[in-house]
Design a protein around this ligand. Structure first.
Ligand code: TXA
Ligand code: MG
Length: 351
């Protein structure tokens, strides 16, 4: 291990006393926000329906949207699930701990609350050192922590502890809705886990419900079958709603070649704009330049959307990334962030 990665891990690890307190809070039925390598999660004891209900209330999330159960490395998958195909086990042993969620048939004793009434459960073993510390401490490593992203329903997911505090303000702190926020620095991946439905393998094959850092090609490399796109009967995933991950300001995705022209025309009409881009432009307005490659872009995109939202502009313009497979996860999130703002530029330029 290099010095740099040792430092990164040391910086990301939490104090044992903080971990013990967070684990105890979870065991007592409270909510704890914690870092994962994808985004920060808002956790509750997955086997305590009253605690899980608090997540839905805090997020303002509809009751029928299932949450992912996070388990410690080496935890017993069969405790949570049933009918696990060898392909699913192969994926778990290859990619866990890591940013892959497997949808599997739910074991009968797992509460309805985590599954939104469906007969499946989403399971993931995260690789962030603080998440692993917490999961190992919670119920001696045998528990499951139900955790959606730690944001209000539909908003941009948090990739730092500060984002979580910004999202929930005075709901955080002992005796409040969220007992504590564990700080593990910036989430290394930056967009949510890849979700793969392995619960209907015999009839539908593997189905990619949400693209992410782990790609369909990598999955095919392990199980020898390319995941399919979701069909009508596929399990529901809220991250697949057309509008999601959205800042308060409207978002418009634009091809590189249109950016300068649209900025100039908006200015003429007295409209303010911020820009998230990866091509260098000569700019006078608020902007964030992200790396021109998908992993670095994913790492920064949610923080960029949040930062540009604070600028109180009329619209956040986003330079549309390339359309190739490597950008699938990023493009998926950007498309949903922009969905509710369809036609906004045309409206501004007409008025
Ligand atoms: O990276 C991640 O997955 C983050 C971190 C915190 O682990 N979590 C996350 O959770 O993104 P959330 O709730 O924001 O998104 C989870 C998605 C939702 O779209 C949910 O509907 C879907 O997973 N999901 C969970 N359980 C499911 C199930 N049994 N069947 C279908 N979809 C499921
Ligand atoms: Mg979410």
């Amino acid at each position: 291990m290099t010095d740099a990665s040792t430092r990164a891990l040391a910086a990301a690890a939490a104090a044992p006393a903080d971990i013990a307190a967070a684990a105890a809070a979870l065991e007592a039925g409270a909510l704890v926000a914690f870092p994962t390598e994808t985004v920060y999660g808002l956790g509750a004891d997955a086997e305590n329906p009253a605690a899980v209900a608090k997540i839905y209330a805090a997020k303002g999330r509809p009751q029928d949207h299932p949450v992912i159960v996070h388990i410690a490395p080496g935890a017993d998958l069969d405790y949570w699930t049933t009918e696990v195909a060898p392909e699913a086990r192969a994926l778990a042993s290859h990619f866990w701990p890591g940013p892959l969620t497997l949808i599997l048939k739910r074991n009968a004793h797992i509460p309805d609350a985590v599954s939104g009434g469906q007969d499946t459960v989403g399971i993931r073993c995260p690789s962030h050192p603080v998440a692993m510390q917490l999961l190992q401490a919670f119920k001696g490593g045998k528990g499951g922590v139900a955790a959606p992203s730690a944001n209000k329903f539909g908003n941009v997911s948090p990739t730092t502890a500060q984002h979580v505090r910004d999202e929930f303000h005075d709901e955080v702190g002992q005796g409040n809705v969220i007992d504590s926020v564990l700080d593990g620095g910036s989430s290394q991946v930056g967009i949510e886990s890849t979700i793969l439905d392995m619960s209907r393998l015999a009839t539908h094959g593997p189905v990619l419900l949400r693209p992410g850092h782990i790609t369909a090609q990598q999955i095919a490399g392990v199980i020898g079958a390319m995941p399919r796109q979701p069909d009508q009967a596929a399990p529901r995933a809220s991250g697949t709603l057309e509008s999601h991950y959205a800042p308060k300001a409207p978002v418009a995705l634009l091809p590189t070649g249109d950016i300068e022209k649209v900025l100039a025309e908006l200015k003429l009409r007295g409209r303010s704009a911020a820009l998230i881009h990866y091509t260098p432009f000569a700019l006078t307005q608020a902007n964030v330049a992200l790396p021109a490659e998908p992993k670095g872009y994913a790492y920064g995109v949610y923080a960029a959307l949040r930062a540009m939202d604070l600028e109180q502009v009329d619209v956040i313009l986003v330079e549309a990334p390339p359309a190739d497979d490597a950008w699938l996860g990023v493009n998926d999130r950007l498309r949903r962030a922009a969905f509710g703002s369809t036609g906004i530029i045309e409206r501004f330029l007409r008025s």
